[in-house]
Design a protein around this ligand. Structure first.
Ligand code: SF4
Ligand code: FES
Length: 247
C-alpha cells in the first residue's frame, strides 16, 4: 500500500521542529509500524536525506523504548498495543498518518520522534526499590505472599515505562506510571518498611521533574499498552496521604 506520512522533524533539542510530508510507498500490510518506518528510512538514506529518528529496542512490546503519537493517540489506534506491535493492516492504501513525538515538558525532544525520558528514571531512583541489609542471603520464599497480593503486584509490575500515559494526559502527569511502580512494591510484604516514604519520595520527584498532577481524565489508562488500571492511582493517593500523616 502507499501512504502519506506527516512526520514531526526536529534536528535537535533547540531546533525549531515542523511537520514534514513523506511518502511511504509499497508498504506490506504485514509490516509493523516500525518496519514501515525502516522502509521509509531506507528510501530517505538512498536519496541522501536524513532518516526519521525514532526509539526502539525489543520490538516485542516488552521494553518500553518505542512510542509516538499516531493520529493524536499515543501508540496508535489499537488498544493495549505498543507502537512496535501495531501492524500496517490497520491502515488502507491512500491513508494519511500523522506521527509526532510524546509531548510533555518533562520529555524534551532530542530529535524527531525521540524524547528524553530520564525524568521517569529519576522517579524510580527516588523509591522504586526495596532496601536489603547486607549479610547472608535470606532463604528463598521465606516470606509468604498471599496469591491475590502477588497477582495484583504482577499486574502493576507489567508497566514497561514507555511514557504513553504522560503523553496522553492533558496535564502531562506521570501518575499512572508512578502509581504502578509504587503499587508493585507497596502491595508486597517486602515493600512495607519503606511503603509511605516510597510514595512520598516518588510523588515529590514526579512534581520536581515537571510532570503535572492528576485530575482524573483517565486518558492514561485508555492508551496504556499494558492496560494498567487507574486503581493504582487510588492506591498511591492513599499511601501518599498516610505518608503526610506520618511525617
Ligand atoms: S503505566 Fe502504561 S502507559 Fe504509563 S509508562 Fe507504564 S506501561 Fe507505559
Ligand atoms: S520496541 Fe520494545 S516495547 Fe516497542
Amino acid at each position: 500500500m502507499d501512504l502519506k506520512l506527516m512526520v514531526w522533524r526536529q534536528a535537535g533539542p533547540d531546533a525549531k521542529g515542523t511537520m514534514e510530508e513523506i511518502a511511504a510507498l509499497g508498504i506490506s500490510e504485514h509490516a509493523s509500524f516500525l518496519e514501515m518506518l525502516d522502509v521509509v528510512n531506507e528510501g530517505l538514506i538512498a536519496e541522501d536525506k536524513e532518516p526519521i529518528a525514532f526509539d526502539h529496542d525489543c520490538r516485542e512490546g516488552i521494553c518500553g523504548c518505542c512510542g509516538a503519537v499516531i493520529d493524536g493517540v499515543a501508540h496508535g489506534p489499537q488498544p493495549g498495543t505498543t507502537l512496535c506491535q501495531l501492524h500496517m493492516r490497520n491502515y488502507k492504501d491512500g491513508d494519511t498518518i500523522y506521527i509526532e513525538p510524546w509531548r510533555a515538558k518533562a520529555f524534551p525532544v532530542i530529535r524527531d520522534l525521540v524524547v528524553d525520558r530520564d525524568a521517569m528514571d529519576h522517579i524510580i531512583q527516588a523509591g522504586g526499590f526495596v532496601s536489603v541489609g547486607t549479610g547472608a542471603a535470606p532463604d528463598a520464599n521465606a516470606i509468604p505472599v498471599p496469591k491475590i497480593q502477588a497477582d495484583l503486584a504482577m499486574d502493576f509490575a507489567s508497566c514497561i515505562g514507555c511514557g504513553a500515559c504522560v503523553a496522553s494526559c492533558p496535564n502531562a502527569s506521570a501518575m499512572l506510571f508512578t502509581a504502578a511502580k509504587v503499587a508493585q512494591l507497596n502491595l508486597l510484604p517486602q515493600g512495607q518498611p519503606e511503603r509511605y516514604r516510597r510514595a512520598r519520595a516518588m510523588v515529590d520527584t514526579m512534581e520536581a521533574e515537571g510532570f503535572g498532577g492528576c485530575t482524573n481524565h483517565g486518558e492514561c489508562e485508555a492508551v496504556c499498552p499494558k492496560e494498567i488500571s487507574v486503581d493504582a492511582i487510588t492506591r498511591l493517593n492513599r499511601d501518599f496521604i498516610m505518608a503526610t500523616w506520618k511525617k
